[in-house]
Design a protein around this ligand. Structure first.
Ligand SMILES: Cc1cc2nc3c(=O)[nH]c(=O)nc-3n(C[C@H](O)[C@H](O)[C@H](O)COP(=O)(O)OP(=O)(O)OC[C@H]3O[C@@H](n4cnc5c(N)ncnc54)[C@H](O)[C@@H]3O)c2cc1C
Length: 416
């Protein structure tokens, strides 16, 4: 079933009884050409591009829970390409370009909203850094504008410019960056992959690997053994666990990141505002809730919930930047488990076991990467060759020293 205005009319006339389930619920087959572990954004996108770009048909995505309930459904949906370093910048520009036509490609409204992302500047040194970042982005044909204080104030009048903890000098605006609807991204890729014959198998946890002579032969799951020619691991905060099952270690720690949403309000925050100095960022959802977050909780954990000291810190940072925030009531908060790599950049590479491929280390920035990562990981799995824009995301860079430390702070902001 294709989604369209005509389809809505047709279904309405039929009492809305003709809508079909968005994807099938197949039982696992005994064998697949490619098994993807993890039904989050990266796993689902990879399965879709494996089928679409490379014509592979016998593909399964194994998800231990329900599709889309991991970080892909828990994030704050900021999509941008404000990255500077060679090896990193070109990948995020590539991924941002894919967002523009994603709804058409998936036949699913992912509500990509290029409303502009503004990173605030609080010192001369930070302005110099953002000017360099902006120049690097212009060099990749990204659109970016360095804003002075007066111009920023005209665009975003509700910030505290006169009495805030860190004075506001201006901002770096990426006008065609923004937000998207997170669940729709998971559901859209799932439905599109299913239409190409991918088996999406929910409530199927991978518990081990059958490896012989250094090569993977099968995965052990809670729904039985499944033979696999190739296995792609895309389990975000559980990457270390899966690597452990396959007998290798990763330079990754799992950390909690929280997010918050207020009651629905009339439109007030038109952009995404990022306040790096205070560890706070905010946007407004299409339903009206102010969606905001801050830094990691700061301890390693697999729990999908956070603790109160970080709640207090985020609220304080928000209030010092935007005092009007104190009038809004917080409706919900939640946490997700981040796969923090040692240099803060991802890994898309072969694992040390033949036939296993690794997609991990997205830290708190992997939502924006979903389309680009799906294309890149699918290409690597299908052809054995990396996508040029993602070729620097090698696992051995942690041994060779070719790190991609975008902020000079490693994995954790709060260490600067
Ligand atoms: C609060 C918060 C805010 C964020 N904000 C942003 C943002 O604004 N912009 C941005 O770009 N990124 C953001 N991120 C980061 C982004 O959400 C993640 O980097 C990205 O979603 C991770 O990839 P994924 O979608 O594939 O992960 P997930 O959705 O977590 O998918 C991994 C899946 O693997 C499954 N799994 C794990 N172990 C197994 C197993 N043994 N067997 C089978 N399945 C298994 C899990 O159940 C899960 O569904 C944020 C994250 C959080 C938590």
């Amino acid at each position: 079933m294709r989604y369209s205005g005509w389809q809505i009319l047709r279904q309405a006339l039929g009492g809305n009884r003709g809508w079909k389930a968005q994807w099938r619920r197949p039982d696992p087959r005994p064998e697949y050409d490619v098994v993807i572990v993890g039904g989050g954004g990266h796993g689902l996108a990879t399965a879709f591009y494996l089928a679409k770009n490379h014509g592979i048909r016998r593909i399964a995505v194994l998800e231990k829970g329900a599709l889309g309930l991991g970080n892909v459904g828990r994030n704050t949906t900021v999509v941008r390409s404000t990255y500077m370093l060679p090896g990193n910048g070109e990948f995020y520009s590539f991924s941002l370009a894919l967002w523009r036509d994603l709804s058409q490609e998936l036949d699913y409204n992912v509500m990509f909203s290029p409303r502009g992302v503004i990173s605030l500047v609080h010192s001369d040194g930070q302005r110099d850094r953002f000017a360099r970042l902006g120049n690097a982005m212009v060099g990749r044909d990204d659109h970016v504008v360095l804003l002075g204080r007066a111009e920023l104030r005209r665009m975003v009048p509700y910030l505290d410019y006169d009495n805030t903890r860190f004075p506001i000098f201006g901002g770096l605006l990426q006008p065609d960056a923004g937000t998207a609807r997170h669940d729709a991204v998971a559901w859209g890729y799932a439905r599109a992959a299913d239409r190409l014959g991918v088996d999406l198998i929910e409530h199927c946890e991978v518990t081990g690997f059958d490896i012989a002579d250094g090569r993977v032969r099968a995965v052990e799951t809670t729904r039985g053994r499944i033979n696999a020619g190739k296995v792609g691991i895309a389990v975000a905060g559980n990457s270390g666990r899966l690597a452990g099952m396959a007998g290798f270690r990763l330079p990754i720690e799992s950390h909690v990141l929280q997010a918050f949403v207020t009651e629905g309000l009339k439109p007030v925050v038109d952009h995404v505002i990022s306040y790096g100095m205070g560890h706070f960022y905010i946007s407004q959802s299409d339903k009206g809730g102010l969606v905001f977050g801050g830094d990691l909780d700061g301890y390693a954990s697999y729990a999908q919930r956070g603790n109160l000291p970080r709640v207090e810190h985020v609220m304080e940072a928000g209030m010092t930047l935007m005092p009007m925030l104190g009038r809004a009531r917080v409706l919900r908060s939640w946490g997700g488990v981040m796969d923090m790599s040692a240099d803060g950049s991802p890994i898309i590479d072969r694992a040390p076991v033949e036939g296993i491929f690794l997609n991990a280390g997205w830290c708190y920035g992997g939502f924006k990467a979903v389309p680009g990562s799906g294309v890149a990981f699918a290409k690597l799995i299908a052809t054995g060759e990396p996508l040029k824009a993602a070729a620097a995301y090698r696992l051995d860079r942690f041994q060779t020293g070719h790190l991609i430390d975008e902020e000079g702070t490693g994995a954790l902001h709060n260490r600067h």
